[in-house]
Design a protein. Structure first.
Length: 287
């Protein structure tokens, strides 16, 4: 894998020089490899949203830099504009940003801004709609006639239609019922596989990030507190709890089993739990 994004000593201060001055990010550094699926977790106010808005140039660093393919995204105006197409950002509750008279036109908005021709825009709209499960018939209706989950799909399709190399999602399943949550997560995985895209997902759902991501960034008090595989992060369950974060449900169960005296290591997915319990059962059977 090769590095697509590098965050280098990134610092962001709001309201500089006023009584409300607040450092939202403080010397944050990490690299993102092509094709990775990264989760970002942290309590409210830890700097997650500020961080992701730097990754495609929506915010300018107070200090430090964000590099896309080795080049500072603020190096020139044209490159900053390109970065916003190459690194797509889906905000929390993106359905509130729908505004066109048809689903088709809403999904086409980004590709149009890229200056693509009509045939290429049409291809991208239909392909993006397919990724998120929007039918041909639904492309012609008003987005405001759709359900909440369908609106969320349309909003995500609008970013996917720009075919970003990096897709960033801020709480993509917030407020959805379990079936819609799973659909959205499946759609994101489908896009990743088809385009070999890099996915960065902010989430409060420890169950989702434990199951889907390959690497976790843990934000705490404007700093990057942890940067490791989920296995390593959730092995430090007590530290996460001390930060005010949750841990996956299955991890909580296994911590309780440890406290009860069972010789088990913490796990963070259902598959790991089944495997561990089977081994425990086999060990007891041979005892």
């Amino acid at each position: 894998m090769s590095t697509i994004l590098e965050v280098r000593n990134l610092t962001h201060t709001y309201s500089t020089g006023t009584p409300f001055e607040h450092k939202a990010l403080d010397q944050v550094s990490f690299c993102v490899e092509r094709g990775e699926f990264i989760g970002i977790i942290g309590h409210t106010g830890s700097g997650k949203s500020t961080l992701i808005q730097h990754l495609n140039g929506l915010l300018r660093p107070t200090d430090g830099a964000v590099l896309l393919d080795g080049k500072d995204i603020w190096s020139d105006k044209q490159f900053t504009r390109q970065a916003r197409f190459r690194v797509g950002l889906v905000f929390q509750y993106p359905e509130y940003q729908l505004f066109e008279e048809s689903v088709y036109k809403d999904i086409a908005f980004g590709p149009k801004n890229m200056g693509l021709d009509k045939a290429e825009i049409d291809r991208r709209v239909r392909e993006a709609a397919g990724f998120v499960g929007i039918t041909e018939e639904q492309l012609e209706v008003s987005p405001f006639d759709l359900s909440g989950g369908q609106k969320r799909r349309v909003a995500i399709a609008g970013v996917i239609a720009m075919e970003p190399e990096v897709l960033i999602l801020d709480e993509p399943t917030a407020g959805l019922d379990p079936a819609s949550r799973q659909d959205i997560l499946d759609n994101i995985q489908r896009y990743r596989r088809a385009k070999n895209a890099t996915i960065i997902m902010v989430s409060h759902s420890m169950n989702d990030v434990a199951r889907l991501t390959e690497r976790l960034l843990v934000m705490n008090g404007s700093h990057l507190a942890m940067d490791a595989a989920p296995t390593e992060v959730f092995a430090r369950a007590q530290e996460l709890l001390d930060m005010g974060l949750d841990i996956p449900d299955v991890t909580q169960v296994f911590l309780r089993l440890q406290q009860m005296g069972l010789d088990v290591q913490p796990v963070y997915t259902i598959e790991q739990a089944v495997h561990t319990l089977q081994k425990l059962k086999e060990g007891n059977a041979h005892a």
